[in-house]
Ligand binder design. Structure first.
Ligand code: GUN
Length: 289
């Protein structure tokens, strides 16, 4: 078998178009466009690239982007003051504080300071709790993007065996909650799981979010499984001195066994920013009442 390639890039482009189309009616109703504030502390080059892409995508969707760049030695009190100002700013519907933060700042304290109704990352404990009990809130962008791709591919997920590899607060745990909400039978596997290949072999749906390059092999999969690869790992490339991106799944062997699989790059990655824009539009409409 050769698996279908799940084109996250194309799906994300379609979602971004639909979001851009939701902006003019919002503007007609409220006299303003949805606004996303992104806060970057320090000079981490990878974070700077992400923040630039988020700002560009926000503007391309016809929304307002507010970028706050603070020096690496910013105190926690100063960052909290910025967050509180954004909480009170009516032009701001979504607030994202780019992680990781410098070591003098406690991430959980900063996340807790964000108004949960502007927490478009879905990282606030209030939103984690809402997801856990099935209330309306905000869901972290990457797992929500994975769920959209799965539903687009499979339709109804009810009764499927799903294995999520990875238990982070940002991907693994919310992914498992979302799949449970779709009536899947969910297993969360992680670095201490005994006989991981045997656990993965049970799955109709595999979501790999461990950060280990090409760890999941084709012979770990049940024939016809649908595989969502959240990993973005930079490894040495074929050419001397060059690097390439690979996922947490060994694409070549997995594509022989799976029925569908996301590539890296071009799978889950482009969904994250598209869902961030989606959460911002949703926040704007909810705040407008
Ligand atoms: N750093 C890497 N990914 C993310 C994300 O989705 N949100 C935030 N706030 N920081 C990140």
């Amino acid at each position: 078998m050769s698996a279908d390639r799940i084109d996250g890039k194309a799906f994300a482009a379609g979602l971004r178009e639909r979001l851009a189309a939701a902006v003019p009616p919002f503007q007609a109703k409220t006299g303003r466009v949805p606004g996303l504030a992104v806060v970057l502390v320090g000079e981490d080059p990878a974070s700077a690239v992400y923040v630039r892409s988020k700002g560009k995508a926000t503007i391309e969707a016809g929304m307002a982007s507010f970028e706050h760049k603070l020096p690496a030695d910013t105190s926690q009190a100063d960052l909290l003051a910025v967050v509180e100002r954004l909480n009170r700013d009516d032009a701001v519907d979504g607030i994202l504080v780019q992680l990781p933060l410098p070591k003098q700042i406690d991430e959980q304290t900063v996340i807790a300071a964000i108004d949960p109704d502007k927490d478009v990352d879905g990282f606030h404990v209030a939103n984690a709790g809402r997801l856990a009990v099935g209330q309306q809130g905000f869901v972290p962008c990457t797992p929500l993007g994975c769920l959209m791709l799965l539903k687009d591919k499979l339709g109804n997920l009810s009764g499927k065996e799903a294995v999520v590899i990875g238990r982070s607060n940002i991907v693994g745990k919310p992914m498992a909650q979302l799949l449970l909400g779709e009536n899947c039978t969910v297993t969360i596997a992680h670095s201490r799981t005994a006989d991981l290949p045997a656990v993965v072999r049970r799955a109709d749906i595999v979501v790999a979010a461990v950060g280990r390059p090409e760890m999941v092999k084709g012979d770990w999969l049940k024939a016809g499984a649908v595989v969502i690869d959240v990993g973005i790992n930079r490894v040495p490339g074929a050419e001397e001195g060059k690097t390439k991106l690979v996922g947490d799944v060994d694409y070549a062997s997995a594509a022989e066994v799976a029925s569908a699989i996301t590539p890296v790059p071009g799978g889950v990655g482009p969904m994250t920013i598209a869902v961030l824009l989606r959460n911002t539009v949703v926040a704007a409409y909810r705040r407008a009442g």
